[in-house]
Structures are given as structure tokens and as C-alpha cells.
Design a protein around this ligand. Sequence first.
Ligand code: 3S6
Ligand code: CA
Ligand code: CA
Length: 297
Amino acid sequence: MGASAPKVVTVNELRNRAQFNARSCKEVKDKYGQTENGLYYLTTATGVVYQTFCDMTTAGGGWTLVASVHENNIYGKCTVGDRWTSQQGNNANWPQGEGNWANRKTFGTVEAATDDDFKNPGYYDIEAEDMSVWHVPNNTPVNHWKLAAIMRYHTVRHFLHLYGGNLYQLFHSYPVEYNVGAHLSDNGPSIPIVYDLGDKESTKNLYGPYSGGEIEGGFISFRAINHERAATAICSGVKPKSGNVEHYCIGGCGFFPEANPLQCGDFTGFAWNGYGAHIGFSASKQMLESAVLLFYR
Ligand code: 3S6
Ligand code: CA
Ligand code: CA
């Protein structure tokens, strides 16, 4: 077995992991001394038991996977599978869309986190300080996520303390809703990141060349609003300097006015100038076909 080959976890080890009483991967690591990347059982404050992936190796480990944002069909404009925007069309009368950024609904499974959307109870239950994000090509099996990723980074300044300890709370303060404010002036926070794979330039290159002209790499940004007052949820790896955020921010509200309905969907307007074309405002094919995995610590 080569040094980098993933360790095989036995059924007995998995049974043992089910005995842990931990609310986060950080607790699994700190209380039970676990250091292997992989699947663990966690228990929420109200006693809900769920299984998720723990990254026990990046920057000291203890990172809990709480969600993934996956684009199943960029041609479907707020249709089935667009759980992080709207699955019921582009509609000004439904300004929050699905509302999943700020509710307790859960969906998906950990093993399918790169095959479909995923959200587990950790999203609202864990009180965290920092976030880590992995962009992993669609349909990658769990034990290859880390090696297959096209970008990985984390925050270090404990910013979640300022926003209630998790995204559920943050998005209560900054609702992902149509018509809550204007671009730039009413955007949520942009937080500096430390790269584990990639850098500011490679981040910009994952988005379209026109997008590159209005973003700065090295940040993760929340509740970015576009020129037409549509709100997006997360701009991964970047800070918007202008208002065409629909081409480099994911998830969002239930209504995107420009070119109705072309900008509505989990990966918003990532294929604006063609599928994976990487011209104009179109993101690269790599970016379009990778799920965005969200971790807390
Ligand atoms: C840099 C040229 C882009 O052209 C504009 O992009 C066009 O006038 C707008 O309608 C459009 C978008 O708002 C793209 O988001
Ligand atoms: Ca989706
Ligand atoms: Ca625009």
C-alpha cells in the first residue's frame, strides 16, 4: 500500500465511530482522538444523529462537512435540483425561493455530496468559528475528494463568532432575498481566506474573463447582491467589486430579473456566454462541473 493510498476503514471501526457522542468533527478529534479523514456519526443538541465527512488533516483538522452546493443542470433555470435557489421557477412573488440558507430543512447524503445537493443538521446545530471550502469535481467518491479537488481554502480569523456561529445564523442577519438592498452597499461580509490548494490568480481563472475584471481573489463573500437587486449566497474564493455577481456567486433568492429566467439556479449565471466556455462571463468547465463543499470548525 502506497503512502498516499486512502486507509481502509473496517466495519468495526465504523461501529465504534457510532458510539461517539460528539456534536462536531472538532469534538470527535479533541474528545476521541480521531485523526482519520472519513465518515463519522455526529449528534445534535436535540439528539438527532447523522453521518457526515470529517476532514481531520487540513490545518489541524476537525472540519465538519455541513453542506454541498451542486449544479445538476445549468440549463434548468430554477427547476428541480436548484435547492439553494428555487425549484419552482424565477418568481418575484417568491423572493426567498427555497429559503434553505436560513431554515432547518436537510437533504441529500454525505456519499452523494458531489452528486447532488447536501445539507445536514450540522449546518444549523454546530457553533463554529471558521469555514473551509472544497470545490470537488462532480461524482467523485468520498475517499478521493481531497486529492481530486480543484480548489481548497479556509478562513482563520474566527469570523463566525461575529455572525452567530454558523451560516444559518449569518443568513438570518443577511437574508438571501430578492430586493433587500443594492449591489456593493448592502452586501454581506467578505472574509480573507488561506489557500490549501490554489491561489488568488487560479481562483480568478476558474471564473470567466469578464468576471475576473470585477472580483478580487483571496476571500469568501456572503449575500452579494447584483445590479438588479437579486441576492446570491456565497462568492467562493472572491470578493465582488461590482454588481454582475450572478457570474461568480452561487445559490440565491427566488428571483433574478435580468434576462428572466436565465440567471436563476444554484450556479446562477455561470454559463452566461456558453457552457463551460470560459469566455465573457462564463466560468470554466471545471468550475461548472464541481460541487462546492462547505465545512465548519
Ligand atoms: C463587459 C460587457 C458585458 O456586457 C454586459 O453584460 C451587458 O451590457 C449586460 O447586459 C451584461 C450583463 O449584465 C451580464 O451580467
Ligand atoms: Ca443543486
Ligand atoms: Ca448582470
